[in-house]
Ligand binder design. Structure first.
Ligand code: 6PG
Length: 482
């Protein structure tokens, strides 16, 4: 075995340590490790002698322990810390060496960093890594960007540690500079939507169906055997089964109902807003977390009028099936919107992202891993330029069999006063998308009225402005050049 390491990891908190151990467990890898506080490095090396790590106490020592081309994965918290480590490495690395940022960086930061680092001839790869602590250790889904050249060296190393589905490692080169972190950001946005939709299904089952958390856990276990099969459905069952040792109550009833977030969902929505791509399911998921955390307002709102109507459930099995279908249909919308955002981002930033491959590498290792990603990858394999996932036969049929239930759940929830923003907005998006005519025409009229913003006509080419007036005799339409 080589005296030097073929790969190094900087930043040895849980994700970094687990990734380093994963790398070390694969044949052919020798792993150098470095952390700013040396105690963490010592602990990792002492606890895992089997990994045969090459530890370093300083960044100079770390760089010297890497074989050429030097390849180092940074696993520190996104932000200023990442910039600091990048500049330390860039000062010491040589042209052809590779710096990988494996954190949840904002893709525009990755584009900037790639620009700065590549000016020195050093490769910079922003790689999204999903799967949490366990994924990092046993096999994550990896979403790398950066140059094709860097991927020649890095690709096999990443493939050696990634999750494997149907013999294929869950990693692929997604495109230049920020493409990897962009795709990881959308992954997280979809993760938010998926979690919110599952939470809404739980809430309807609980509030309207009066099922207990453990009964709902059983329902989720059943659902996990069918088209909803996924990591998030599986863990939801486990969360709902958990009993609080202190009180004997279901733990979910003891947990404060204010959802936290670290920002990647917000980035997804901000980016989609800039791209003009509706990701309404994801946006509602982000806002639902915000609403949950508006403590003072929520406390003051309990007395507000509701005028709700009771949701009478005659057939409990049919009710559960309705909720399942509402969840599945809304989930399809969330993924369709997420893939739309990737396509829009790829067009904006000149990335050649293969959407089918994105679906493939999300089949294993990551938080949104799910059976139905196979269907998404099939859809793009059949038609690479599919305009919307909803146009693929499989998904058209899936919506066809779910839509009545979906409408029922949204309508009844609304009457009963059960909030389900993601179910409802997904359905509205769907109805908006398929509408022959939208009230956007009226909005154009309003815009032209107060701001002379002009409009186009359905029957004539060109751009028009009307002198709108209450006195109809003064109304006049003129072609306009702006
Ligand atoms: C993953 C997760 C991971 C992290 C989320 C949590 O893919 O492994 O997405 O990156 O758990 O960022 O995000 P919030 O704290 O914002 O829910």
């Amino acid at each position: 075995m080589s005296e030097k390491a073929n790969i190094g990891v900087v930043g040895l908190a849980v994700m970094g340590s687990n990734l380093a151990r994963n790398l070390a467990s694969r044949e052919g890898n020798r792993v150098a490790v470095y952390n700013r506080s040396k105690e963490r490095t010592e602990l990792l090396v002492t606890e895992h002698p089997e990994a045969n790590f090459i530890p370093s106490k300083s960044i100079d020592e770390f760089v010297a322990s890497l074989q050429s081309p030097r390849t180092a994965i940074i696993m520190v918290q996104a932000g200023a810390g990442t910039d600091a480590v990048i500049s330390q490495l860039a000062e010491r690395f040589e042209p052809g060496d590779i710096i990988v940022d494996g954190g949840n960086a904002l893709f525009t930061d990755t584009i900037r960093r790639e620009n700065e680092v590549s000016a020195k001839g050093i490769n910079f790869v922003g790689a999204g890594i999903s799967g949490g602590e366990e994924g990092a250790l046993k096999g994550p889904s990896i979403m790398p960007g950066g140059s094709k050249k860097a991927y020649e060296t890095l690709g096999p190393i990443l493939a050696s540690i990634a999750a494997v589905v149907d013999g294929e490692p869950c990693v692929t080169h997604l495109g230049t500079d920020g493409a990897g972190h962009f795709v990881k950001m959308i992954h997280n946005g979809i993760e938010y939507a998926d979690m919110q939709l599952i939470a809404e299904a739980y809430d309807v089952l609980r509030q309207a169906g009066n099922y207990s958390p453990s009964e709902i856990a059983d329902i989720f276990s059943e659902w996990n055997k069918g088209e909803l099969e996924s990591f998030l459905i599986e863990i939801t069952g486990e969360v709902l089964r958990q009993v609080d040792e202190k009180t004997g109550k279901p733990l979910v009833d003891v947990v404060l109902d204010q959802a936290g977030s670290k920002g990647t969902g917000v980035w997804t929505v901000q980016t989609a807003l800039n791209l003009g791509t509706p990701v309404s399911g994801i946006a509602e998921a982000v806002f639902a977390r915000s609403l949950s955390s508006q403590e003072a307002q929520r406390q003051g709102a309990g007395h507000l009028p509701s005028k709700t109507q009771t949701w009478t459930i005659e057939d409990r099995a049919a009710f559960v099936e309705d909720v399942r279908k509402a969840l599945y249909a809304s989930k399809i919308i969330a993924y369709a919107q997420g893939f739309d955002a990737i396509r829009a981002g790829a067009a904006e930033y000149n990335w050649d992202i293969n959407l089918g491959n994105v679906a493939k590498i999300w089949r294993g290792g990551c938080i949104i891993r799910a059976q139905f990603l196979n269907r998404i990858s099939d859809a793009y394999a059949k038609n690479e330029s599919l305009l919307s996932l909803l146009f693929d036969d499989y998904f058209t049929k899936a919506i066809d069999t779910s839509i009545e239930s979906w409408r029922k759940v949204v309508a009844h929830s609304s009457l009963a006063g059960i909030p389900n923003p993601a179910f409802a907005s997904s359905l509205s998006y769907y109805d908006g998308l398929r509408a022959k005519r939208l009230p956007a025409a009226l909005i154009q009229g309003q815009r032209d009225f107060f701001g002379a913003h002009t409009y186009k006509r359905v029957d004539l080419p060109g751009v028009f402005h009307t002198l709108w007036s209450a006195d109809r005799s003064e109304v006049e339409t003129t072609p306009s050049s702006h």
